[in-house]
Write a protein that binds this ligand. Structure first.
Ligand SMILES: Nc1ncnc2c1ncn2[C@@H]1O[C@H](COP(=O)(O)OP(=O)(O)O)[C@@H](O)[C@H]1O
Ligand SMILES: [Mg+2]
Length: 380
């Protein structure tokens, strides 16, 4: 296999314009006013969408509803373990990646081990016979005429891939690198299983490395375009398998346009007004309607969300007719037990709302679905 090249898009082409727009988003200073403890929970929620999408692409049949219920009940089976592994892999990426990071063989190998841990090897499961190691057998890709390189050639192909992704290059080629790398990784299919999931995780790692502001409070679901139409994803990969410039550029346009649309959409989550009025108020409304919370809980949570800092002191419970401080403390601890409020670390008596890992999440997911953040694919 020869060196991996990046084809040049034509100046003025759609692809060139998409790259310019993405470059603006890359350097955009993120000035959102959502409190960090709320933002963090939103981020966790969006990571569910990313990990579940990635697992479902190749047959994990957990639906979003199942997943949320499992999360609330702390269930664990092989399918949820697969998703749990993806979450751990994302955590590894976030902790170990910045603009200086070399995404080398050890990094990729470690990621593959996390991904496949505790899962049965193929063909029955979504684990691997060779966790963290290049495959020692030929593989074929479902419904594709492309034959990935044989084990004999694999080492060299993989080395070329690793040097391709770490090469210093001018800005205008960096996003193209991410797109080309995703296809090329799938084309090489270095592992006996988990190549799809690995490739999608690497998208995330590359974007962090390219400074897409994830550590500065941006949510990123790099592969979400694949989850809105899996057949198209496979079709576009297949087309790129010719390795012809036109086909590779078509792949890049498909992938990078999806990325741009997603970033623009998700950046709205940095704004307090949007999060409050479009997400959290409707979430509470729905939770009350479905009787996940009672009237008093609704009032208190709505009051919390309505405040700029989205947090209250127990003394503020007076506005709900609770004057006695013992009663206030009792009510707060009840809400805390239900895991719908939690004290802020540096506040002690200041509490914020919790909507991850509890039944409020059901309503939040429904609100996100209505807003177009959740592809139908996740619902089975
Ligand atoms: N025509 C194709 N060319 C290259 N890669 C493809 C093609 N069709 C599908 N793929 C990739 O192969 C992945 C499946 O490979 P696999 O090793 O089973 O990954 P996983 O176990 O993570 O699903 C798909 O998710 C997709 O990324
Ligand atoms: Mg598989």
């Amino acid at each position: 296999m020869e060196e991996i090249m990046i084809p040049d898009p034509a100046w003025g082409s759609d692809l060139a314009n998409i790259i310019l727009d993405l470059e603006k988003l890359r350097t955009k200073r993120l000035g959102g006013d959502v409190p960090p403890y709320i933002f963090f929970q939103l981020k966790e929620t969006f990571q569910i969408l990313e990990t579940l999408g990635s697992a479902r692409i190749e047959g994990n049949n957990t639906t979003l509803a199942d997943y949320v219920e499992n999360l609330i009940a702390h269930n664990e089976d092989e399918s949820t373990r697969e998703i749990r592994n993806l979450e751990k892999a994302i955590a590894f990426i976030e902790q170990n990646t910045d603009s200086e990071t070399v995404i080398d063989r050890a990094y990729i190998s470690h990621l593959h081990k996390i991904l496949t841990e505790g899962l049965s090897p193929p063909p029955s499961g979504e684990g691997s016979r060779y966790p963290g190691e290049l495959r020692k057998l030929d593989v074929s890709i479902n419904k594709s005429g492309h034959r990935p390189p044989s084990p004999m050639l694999l080492q060299e192909c993989f080395d070329r891939f690793v040097s391709f992704i770490n090469k210093e290059r001018k800005e205008q080629y960096q996003l193209l690198m991410v797109a080309i790398a995703h296809h090329r990784f799938e084309y090489i299919h270095p592992f006996d299983n988990g190549n799809g999931r690995m490739g999608r995780l690497l998208n995330y790692a590359f974007l962090i490395k390219l400074d897409f502001q994830v550590k500065n409070g941006r949510i990123l679901n790099p592969s979400s375009v694949f989850y809105s139409d899996r057949d198209k994803y496979y079709r576009m990969l297949s087309r790129a398998d010719t390795l012809k410039d036109d086909d590779l550029l078509a792949w890049c346009e498909y992938f990078l346009l999806g990325l741009k649309n997603e970033i623009e959409k998700i950046d709205s989550l940095l704004y307090l007004d949007y999060v409050r009025d479009e997400l959290l108020f409707p979430m509470l409304e729905l939770s009350r309607k479905r009787a996940y919370i009672d009237e008093m809980e609704y009032k208190i949570l709505r009051y919390i969300v309505g405040k700029e800092e989205m947090a209250i002191k127990s003394s503020e419970l007076s506005r709900f007719g609770i004057e006695d401080s013992k009663k206030k403390a009792y009510l707060m601890s009840k809400l805390k037990k239900k895991n719908i409020v939690t004290p802020l670390k540096d506040g002690g008596r200041v509490y914020t709302i919790v909507f991850e890992n509890n039944y409020l999440l059901r309503s939040l997911i429904e609100v996100l679905r209505r807003k177009g953040f959740v592809s139908d694919f996740l619902n089975g």
